[in-house]
Design a protein around this ligand. Sequence first.
Ligand code: NAD
Ligand code: DAU
Length: 336
Amino acid sequence: MKLLVTGGAGFIGSNFIRYWLHTHPQDEIINFDKITYAGNLENLKDIEGNKNYKLVRADIVNHDVVRTVAKDVDVIVNFAAESHVDRSILDSSEFVRTNVLGTQVLLEAAKDFDLRFYHISTDEVFGSLALGSKERFNEQTPYDPRSPYSASKAASDHLVRAYIHTHGIDAIISNCANNFGPYQFPEKFIPVTITNILEGKKIPVYGDGLYVREWLYVEDHCRAIDLMINKGTLGETYCIGGMTQDVNNLEVVKKILKILGKGEDMIEFVKDRPGHDRRYAIDWSKAKRELGYEPQHDFDTYLAKTVQWYQDNQEWWQHIKSGEYKNYYATQYGNE
Ligand code: NAD
Ligand code: DAU
């Protein structure tokens, strides 16, 4: 099988490419990535020499390049997106461009070349749950996005469903929880916390810190996508969750401080995120029933392993913080 993986130089995409080449060594992957600030080819250093891997540096909004590459593949796995909520609050234009228009361009290619299309979406499209409630998001939960990021992802999901319904394309959508693990860009909560502690800086906790996310280890997510590609029913949606039960941000920070043997005086409560969603939780029973999916990586063990990874790979995140990672493309692939 030949896969066109968009956004493969980002956090989940790079973990997925590594996972896929390991578990399906006969398959070929084209990593189609614009290499925005979030795209980091240092994530894929160990993959570069693999004969079944190829990078195309391009924008998913570029209709011509997308079609040239897509006409020779079997499936598209669409990770490419602007993914950080705080950035979408400052300026949402790239979110609409990439997440909405980019998805539409990919869907046109899927339609015209009869490709299977796997769209990696988020639980944030469902909105926010009340703290302390037992409610969980599932595939029937109505959409209620509340940030420009989640609104753009919701729009992209609607486009995928519209192409399934109107054009009969073969597509599946997954809506997953907050991922954590190696190679996550240090603007997201867990890597910000770990790297700030390692640098002796304060940990910025938004608002009262009592916001709840469901944490999904990135390798569990990659396996869920594999199951979706190999066993999923075309036209369906699957919610993919992790193993945490209502762990709030403050508790996450305290766990990381404990792992690193540091005190709670490193916590700094800062101004809250505007429109901050209170709680996410996922009911992944459909994925269990229909795909045989179950998360296998428990939070405490794999949070500790993630902390260890950031300790062992200081150069990786220091290159990001210094900006040096931006030079990697030119040194490996020549000037743009
Ligand atoms: P990321 O920000 O780490 O990576 C995004 C990648 O997309 C980068 O490599 C970037 O260069 C690339 N990209 C951005 N704009 C592009 C464009 N116009 N054309 C081509 N490439 C482009 O994101 P991530 O955290 O790995 O998330 C991947 C996907 O999973 C996203 O669609 C996101 O919405 C979704 N998701 C993420 C999480 C999470 O916890 N990280 C949870 C649920 C869903
Ligand atoms: O739920 C899935 C989503 O998870 C994905 O769709 C997004 O792409 C991904 O970025 C993530 O969104 P969140 O907004 O939940 O993740 P973030 O890491 O930005 O924040 C997690 C929680 O931590 C949230 O309640 C805000 C809080 N936070 C975040 C940062 C960056 C802080 O308290 N301090 C911080 O510095």
